[in-house]
Design a protein around this ligand. Sequence first.
Ligand SMILES: [Zn+2]
Length: 178
Amino acid sequence: MLNMMTMAIREIKKYPDPVLRNKTSKVERIDNTLDLLIEDMVETMHAAPGVGLAANQVGVPLQLAVIDLSARENEDQRYPLIVIINPEILTAEGSVIEEEGCLSIPEYADKVKRAARVRVRAQDRTGKTFEIEAEGLLAKALQHEIDHLNGLLFVDRLSTLKKSIFKRRHRKALVEKA
Ligand SMILES: [Zn+2]
């Protein structure tokens, strides 16, 4: 008999996989299958290791992401594991420019401009709607993951010049691996 609770590490899709470019669909049913996907995503994120993972990064085009900043915990701020289903950004204020990376774009990091504070509405893994107000690292992670769900990558937010540097470097890396 198959143990349905067995967690599994899933393959993280890498740029330029088209699944990362498509807008994801609304989650209509929060059931056991979705819960297993969430468990797998958390496991996959921790194993990477990373601080966030969107469902389309493991090839599932649904509006779902997980964020765990607990490795960055300090005395002032403790971060719980956050599951966001069908998230939307209600308000975004201020701006910060900070370095970002992405599990789907290994070995590349660059400075990205983001809102400094966001208010996000989403459903949790039980389907309950909640709102979260965030700044700092969490605000950055929420915007990064919600971008994923809209088919956007952090490199899309770079300046035209930096974008072309990224693309050139990426092509070169592909050639070297071939
Ligand atoms: Zn990412």
